[in-house]
Design a protein around this ligand. Structure first.
Ligand code: GRF
Length: 182
């Protein structure tokens, strides 16, 4: 089938949901957090789910899952752990991507939305990038800009960020996989 991917999550899984709803074939979902709400979304869609608390074990099992399901891309969708250099280098070049809720390189790391609000920037956005050994430092694949309103709170801004994430992430995944084929 077209667009075979594996997804790593830690939380709500709204982007996982958008990916599934866009016809991308998610072969497995792995989480470091057994209470991640996104696991329920995967289960509802009959996607095999796995949880591993320990990062080294998680990485070793994800490597096996990639081989087993023959997935083409590993997609991080709200995965809150930092993958090891060894794991990243064990996979083909540019085969892991991440989604970050700011216009990188601004506001890397955790709490990017709060960082942007605290700094008082007038614009923020989202970034899709390849994963390298750094934190949110890999090559940028695509970005989308968003203006911050005077009365924005974390909740209102996060809601608007998620709307553009849910559009751009699935499109970008399809575009990357189409490109691999041609
Ligand atoms: C997204 O906002 C993404 O940018 C960040 O984590 C959030 C995950 O949200 N990396 P969800 O779990 O997909 O709802």
């Amino acid at each position: 089938m077209k667009y075979n991917i594996g997804v790593l999550i830690s939380g709500d899984g709204s982007n996982l949901n958008a990916i599934i709803n866009n016809g991308i074939n998610v072969k497995f979902v792995v989480s470091n957090n057994q209470n991640a709400r996104g696991l329920l979304i995967a289960k509802k869609n009959n996607i095999p789910v796995y949880t591993f608390k320990n990062l080294l074990i998680l990485e070793a099992e994800v490597s096996k899952l990639i081989l087993h399901y023959n997935t083409e891309l590993l997609v991080l969708a709200g995965f809150m752990k930092i993958l090891s250099r060894k794991f990243i280098h064990s996979l083909p070049h540019n085969s892991i991507i991440n989604l970050h809720p700011s216009l990188l390189p601004a506001f890397q790391g955790k709490n990017a939305i709060i960082q942007a609000l605290d700094y008082g920037v007038k614009y923020t956005g989202i970034t899709i990038h390849y994963v390298d050994e750094g934190i949110d430092t890999g090559m940028i694949i695509d970005q989308k800009i968003l203006s911050i309103n005077k009365d924005d709170t974390f909740n209102t801004l996060q809601a608007r960020i998620k709307i553009i994430e849910h559009n751009l992430y699935p499109l970008t995944i399809k575009r990357l996989l189409d490109k691999k084929r041609n």
